[in-house]
Design a protein around this ligand. Structure first.
Ligand code: C2O
Ligand code: CU
Length: 685
């Protein structure tokens, strides 16, 4: 949301503006001439005014954010704002009138030296001090915004931050006063020789640097993941006295016996590709294809997939994104299996229980491996023959890291794709977003319906014209329409259809240009289609209520200092392990008070979206497995705990997950023998 950004921008700018004001105010007395004094005071006043404006904008942002909920502003309202606002009030009361009076006595552009009175007035702590404190306060606010993103906010934290601030301000006051007294008596605020003063300053600087360096080293060390750890480790603490029988992930398999109805072999290997830009690049693929082979099965079939790793040194897995497979088949390295190393293989077996558009991708080092190309589409068709004249195709969206920036793809790489469909054909486009960002999709030339979200059908979808789809990272939309006697275009951008790639053109005769893609309203699943009976409603009593608050700050992840995305102020392995028991009804509330989208993906379950920003979903039941939570948004979602295991619940901007944005849902009593850490091969993110 805009105001989160505005607040942060002001927090970052305030120390700069306040710093210039403080610099000019504190050095005014040293001005060589009255003219100089005049201009320093003027600068100080101007920058104080600019700071005041920034503070006003920040305060407005905080008030507006507060309307969305206290939780968005608790740290800002209890610490950041008052630390700057209190000195700002003192500035208005004391500093501005004093500075104006002194300036009136000084003369613009005068070359006359200052009198003793001028200097004393300019150095008076009564007006300089508030300007300094406001600078200190803005620094403190910036430090909090960058390093503390806690939820729930602990009283201890608030007290600690205020104590630091108060102590610092007190010491500053003592110093100011002492210098001023010395000034009055000796005519100079300085003590000792130049050498002594410089070594003092140097000493202070050295101490600060040392303290920071030691803190940095400790922080880095403390954050390093152990050589071996179980992702299920801290579960025991949450398990009540009457824990059910322990069961291992390795027992929670799909059918181990029986002839499979469908078997596939996927071989992970390095493959050279050509990006839309023409750049050649190494990709990692399944079976040398990009996206990997499109796997289609029928509902109810027993599926067997053999994964072979040819030459991906870090090892690979396959996660069935959107398919609620038994836990052991879930493909998470270090949790449900060990990564499959070069020349090794692994067999997945599960029954495709629910129809829909899903996808598969490696869940070993996933931020890198999915980026490199280890993904494909997995479609479960209904167990009936499709009506004649159906054109059913998957369209995968991805973002490629090229030498000169990011290069996006739609379907196949590097070309304009044409498909022929006779007028009257029922077209079903299965969009899969395999990138890390929301993907806009424009469909021009035909009214269409969104028939399914994340593989679950929409109840009574309505025709949409010119609506833009905005597909969550990891999410899927099935779009249907009856082929008109016209050219239909699909593009990731507005404007005319480019001929050089990245668009899909469907036409009756393999030629023609679709109408331009227009920037229509964004499709909103919360009010699309009509209501139908659901498992959960507003009056449902939930056995568990979990709240996950997303934020960002600077911090350490596994020894690296970086920008992290937090869940309840923490990152993996401290991020929440949410415990459930089989059969329970679980409600989760997602709140995003950071700057980035967080497409949250829960493994092994589908969630029903209940409300967004406090407003209940009014359209068709909205069932998802990947839900984009945009900055400033709050979602309530619910699911039935009906698939025992330990499941990841993470952000599908895999770059966020790679620096710790993953929580877990653990069924009581389930244990995993698999481990992660530097002594193992497993790197789930
Ligand atoms: Cu598609 Cu855990 O991911
Ligand atoms: Cu995220």
């Amino acid at each position: 949301m805009l105001w989160l950004m505005v607040n942060f921008a002001m927090t970052a700018l305030l120390p700069i503006f306040g710093g210039i004001a403080a610099w000019n105010a504190s050095l005014a007395y040293r001005a060589p001439t009255k003219g100089k004094l005049y201009s320093r005071l003027r600068s100080s006043l101007i920058w104080t005014g600019i700071s005041g404006l920034a503070l006003f904008v920040k305060a407005t942002a905080i008030v507006l954010l507060g309307v969305s909920g206290w939780l968005f502003v608790e740290d800002k309202a209890t610490m950041q704002l008052p630390m700057v606002a209190i000195p700002a009030a003192a500035i208005v009361l004391f500093s501005i009138p004093a500075a104006k009076a002194i300036r009136a006595a000084a003369v613009k552009a005068s070359k006359e030296p200052l009198t003793v009175q001028d200097r004393l007035a300019a150095a008076a702590p009564g007006w300089v001090f508030p300007v300094l404190v406001s600078f200190v306060g803005s620094l403190a606010a910036a430090v909090q915004a960058l390093f503390i993103a806690q939820w729930p906010l602990k009283t201890g934290t608030v007290i600690a931050v205020w104590s630091f601030y108060a102590t610092f301000v007190y010491l500053l006051w003592i110093r100011q006063k002492r210098n001023y007294c010395r000034f009055v008596v000796t005519g100079s605020p300085k003590t000792g020789t130049l050498a002594v003063r410089i070594s003092w300053k140097f000493g202070v600087l050295l101490t600060v640097v040392l303290v920071a360096a030691v803190g940095f080293m400790f922080g880095a060390k403390a954050s390093r993941l152990p050589e071996r750890m179980s992702m299920a480790d801290h579960m025991h603490a949450h398990t009540g006295g009457n824990a059910p029988q322990f069961v291992s992930v390795t027992e929670l398999t799909g059918p181990r016996t029986g002839t499979p109805d469908r078997s596939f072999t996927l071989e992970a290997k390095k493959t050279m590709i050509t990006l839309p830009s023409g750049e050649k690049k190494e990709a990692w693929t399944y079976n040398g294809q990009l996206p990997g082979p499109e796997l289609r099965v029928k509902q109810g079939e027993l599926v067997e997939v053999t994964l072979i790793n040819k030459d991906i040194d870090e090892g690979v897995t396959i996660h069935w994104h959107g398919v609620d497979v038994p836990n052991r088949e879930d493909g998470v390295a270090g949790l449900t299996q060990d990564a499959v190393m070069p020349q090794q293989k692994h067999v997945y077996r599960f029954i495709a229980e629910k129809t829909g558009t899903n996808w598969y991708h490696s869940h070993q080092q996933s931020s890198k491996q999915v980026q490199m190309g280890l993904y494909g589409v997995f479609i479960v068709e209904p167990d009936t023959t499709l009506p004649q004249k159906t054109a059913d195709m998957a369209v995968v969206l991805h973002n490629w890291q090229a030498e000169n920036g990011t290069s996006v793809s739609l379907g196949e790489l590097n070309r304009l794709q044409r498909k022929i469909a006779e007028p009257g054909t029922l077209v079903r486009l299965r969009f899969v977003n395999a990138g890390n960002m929301r993907a806009p999709i424009h469909i021009s030339g035909v009214p269409f319906q969104v028939a399914a979200i994340d593989g679950t059908d929409i109840h009574e979808p309505k025709d949409l014209t010119d609506s833009r789809l905005d597909l969550a990272a990891g999410g899927r939309y099935d779009v249907t329409f009856v082929m008109p006697n016209m050219v239909v275009g699909i593009s990731r951008q507005t404007g005319p259809f480019a001929h050089d790639g990245n668009v899909l053109v469907i036409s009756p005769s393999n030629e023609g240009v679709p109408p331009d893609a227009v920037k229509g309203p964004i499709f909103d699943p919360a009010s699309y289609g009509t209501p139908a009976k659901t498992k959960f409603g507003t009056d449902t009593r939930y056995d568990r209520n979990y709240k996950l608050v997303f934020d960002n700050r600077l911090g350490f992840y596994n020894g690296k200092f970086t920008f992290v995305h937090t869940i309840n102020g923490t990152i993996f392995p401290d991020a929440p392990m949410l415990t459930v028991r089989e059969g329970e009804l679980v409600k989760m509330t997602f709140v995003n008070r950071g700057f980035d989208d967080h497409p949250m993906h829960l493994h092994g379950h589908h969630i029903q979206v209940l409300s967004r920003n406090g407003k209940a979903v009014t359209g068709s039941p909205w069932i998802a497995d990947t839900l984009n939570v945009a900055p400033g948004e709050t979602y309530e979602v619910a699911f039935v705990a009906d698939n025992p295991g330990i499941w990841m619940d993470h952000c599908h901007n895999l770059n966020h997950a790679a620096v710790g944005m993953s929580a877990h849902i653990a069924y009581e009593g389930v244990l995993s023998p698999f481990e992660i850490g530097s002594a193992t091969v497993n790197l789930p993110e």
